[in-house]
Write a protein that binds this ligand. Structure first.
Ligand code: ADP
Length: 667
């Protein structure tokens, strides 16, 4: 291979990927002055990565095989746009040696290692054999060529149960089975082989000792084409579900500085064994004390931002410089570890329904600003559609701080301040993870999420006094904002200082739970809320995304969104989903409570339903108002005779204005 053809300066980069990683790569490439070319499938015409790039090429139908995995069409897209280099991102073709080779043969720079390096490290068995020779510690096991039942059974017996049966070609946790006794072995091998054959077209198996209370620790490495190789510290990715990472952090809170140096040295040795060029990750499994090599990933990883945040290095920039043929800009001793970073993967999935992916249009996409140590790598925007064709990861939220505790705190706050609607996301689940005491104290292993699933996916907690008051405040705040927003609004002077003291009743519930009532007293004098026996002084100040709520002199910020009668609140106690029981929607037994039949809010009279002089039962409809595009029917507060109706259809009425008079009958 001609090295000057492999790595050389280029001006136009094609990104053979989609979603957040395509967006992430485009950002750095543009900052380096490169022209960027996106590729997309028919399902991704309006996707964010397409909008971000300078040019975009349609590859074909939604199915990955016809688009993002189609080598021919990708090479053709590069040719059409004059792209000179290809960044594969992660997933899709990023670890496909044939694709790297095809790029090379088409005269394109492949931003990554050569096909030979990928082939050497691509199979778990092959790489383990290599590592064994290089003296890198391995999990005890068998990674030979012979694959007959007797050989595998003998190897398992020798290693000692529990063991792990693993597909040599595996990835994403597929083709992997834990086997705890000899009689489980046969069936486990059969099913792992079947899965591996289907997923990778290769059913060779290896056998490993199953490390107890396993932790996942990996080292970021990067090599240039001039023989320099650096390690950029380690990440810990022990919080996994079905062997897939959910939360990642750097550095590992499990290792002490001596252990850190040991694992980083082992990683450099591993990558050095293949004279590795490009960014890569050496993965280890650890029992908390020692680390054992499991595999190498010859690409950028999803979780690379935590490394960037603790080293201050832009890994994509370094990948591109290496691809230019440049030497790495720093020496090993110049790479400093600063603080702690934690990343959470935000998925369109439903943790309470066995993590079923959720597809549809993102109606609301509100994530916090990237300030105060928070970074967000997103691949979606408001209005985008999550299609069923690809991985359901929407974004990554990453927090940095001087210490682990504060980084976790920042990440959790970021999660709690996020509001994504239209699809179901795992954000509450991620938040539950970040606040779990065992996560805080790092008392975890890779089985933690599965064991704690019930706790981590439990429903929204019951609202307390603060949340009920916040719910009323959210409704009022929303009504005020709408009234103010309405141009030429007939009730522009709508305010909260009408003459006299008045009441308004609210009821809320969580799921199918009992209704909880709150009464608002307002008008002249300070507003108060009454819950049961308690009366609390109450005030609200609107803020972006919510309001400040002052209750009995204590102010706290509340994030709130109202969607019809559904309220989503975040208070200092967490996230709450409440249903506002509509007093006019026949959901409630509630009566108006007042003697007067008055407009509860500014509105338009759309129907008069009773005649003057009529005798009415308690609850009989008198007239209908349209308020905030919703009809509300005013009913008789008690049985009586309707003395007069003081309005007609079409009238615009102010809040509190008396609309009808009823005289109570008998008693
Ligand atoms: P894949 O390539 O499918 O992701 P890996 O070999 O990287 O498979 O393993 C995935 C996860 O499984 C690891 O992160 C680790 O948590 C766990 N694991 C792998 N090997 C072992 C082992 N020998 N003992 C215990 N856990 C392991």
């Amino acid at each position: 291979m001609d090295r000057s053809k492999l790595y050389r300066r280029f001006r136009t980069l094609l990104i053979a990927n989609r979603g957040e990683i395509a967006c992430r790569v485009i950002r750095t490439a543009r900052a380096m002055g490169l022209r960027t070319v996106a590729v997309y499938s028919e399902a991704d015409r309006d996707a964010m990565h397409v909008a971000l790039a300078d040019e975009a090429v349609l590859l074909g139908p939604a199915r990955a095989r016809d688009s993002y995995l189609n080598v021919e069409r990708l090479i053709e897209a590069a040719r059409k746009t004059g792209a000179e280099a290809v960044h594969p991102g992660y997933g899709f073709l990023s670890e496909n040696a044939e694709f790297a080779q095809a790029c090379y043969e088409s005269g394109l720079v492949f931003v990554g290692p050569t096909a030979d390096m990928m082939n050497a490290m691509g199979s778990k068995s092959g790489s383990k054999a290599l590592m064994e020779k290089a003296g890198v510690p391995l999990v005890p096991g068998y990674h030979g060529n012979a694959q007959d039942d007797a050989t595998l059974a003998k190897a398992a017996e020798k290693v000692g149960f529990p063991i792990l049966v693993k597909a040599s070609a595996g990835g994403g946790g597929r083709g992997m089975r834990i086997v705890r006794s000899a009689d489980e072995l046969g069936p486990a091998i059969v099913s792992a082989k079947r899965e591996a054959k289907a997923a990778f077209g290769d059913d060779r198996m290896l056998i490993e000792k199953y490390v107890d209370n396993p932790r996942h620790i990996e080292v970021q490495i990067i090599g240039d084409s001039q023989g320099n190789l650096l390690s950029l510290f380690e990440r810990e990715c022990t919080l996994q579900r079905r062997h897939q990472k959910v939360i990642e952090e750097a550095p590992s809170p499990t290792l002490n500085p001596a252990q850190r140096e040991t694992v980083c040295a082992a990683a450099r040795k591993a990558a050095g064994a293949v004279n590795y060029v490009g960014a890569g990750t050496i993965e280890f499994v650890s029992d908390g004390k020692d680390v054992f090599f499991i595999e190498m990933n010859t690409r950028l990883q999803v979780e690379h931002p935590v490394t960037e945040l603790i080293t201050g290095i832009d890994l994509v920039e370094w990948q591109l410089r290496v691809a230019f043929g440049e030497a790495l800009p720093l020496k090993q001793g110049e790479i400093k570890l600063n603080g702690h970073a934690v990343e959470a993967r935000v998925y369109a999935e439903n943790p309470t329904k066995n993590f079923m992916p959720s597809v549809g249009r993102i109606s609301t996409w509100r994530l916090p600003a990237e300030t105060g140590g928070l970074r967000i790598d997103a691949g979606y925007r408001e209005g985008d559609t999550v299609s069923p064709y690809y991985d359901a990861m929407l974004a990554k939220m990453i927090a940095w701080a001087p210490t682990r505790d504060v980084a976790i705190e920042r990440l959790n706050r970021g999660l709690e301040e996020s509001d994504v609607r239209g699809i179901v996301t795992n954000i509450p689940f991620l938040s539950a993870l970040m606040t779990h005491p065992k996560v805080r104290t790092n008392a975890i292993d890779t089985g933690f999420i599965e064991r704690e699933l019930a706790v981590l996916t439990s429903a929204s907690p019951a609202p307390g006094e603060l949340e009920l008051c916040a719910a009323v405040a959210a409704v009022i705040n929303d009504e005020r904002q709408r009234a103010q927003a309405a141009a030429n609004s007939p009730w522009q002077t709508f305010g909260w200082q009408p003459v006299g003291r008045r009441q308004r009743s609210f009821a809320f519930r969580v799921g199918h739970g009992a209704e909880q009532k709150v009464t608002l007293n307002y008008g002249s004098g300070p507003s108060t809320l009454v819950i049961g026996e308690r009366e609390l002084a109450f005030a609200i100040t609107p803020r972006e995304g919510g309001f400040d709520l002052t209750l009995d002199g204590v102010k706290s910020s509340v994030a709130a969104v109202i969607d019809g009668h559904e309220l989503y609140l975040r208070t200092r106690n967490g996230r709450f989903d409440l249903h506002w029981v509509d007093p006019f929607g026949g959901e409630s037994e509630e009566q108006t409570g007042a003697d007067k039949i008055a407009a509860p809010l500014p509105g338009t009279v759309v129907a008069v339903l009773a005649e003057e002089g009529a005798t009415l039962e308690k609850g009989a409809p008198i007239l209908t108002l349209e308020v905030m595009k919703m009809e509300q029917t005013l009913r008789a507060p008690y049985a009586g005779v309707l003395k007069s109706i003081k309005c007609k259809v079409g009238d615009i009425v102010q809040e509190g204005v008396e609309l009808a008079v009823i005289e109570p009958s008998g008693e």
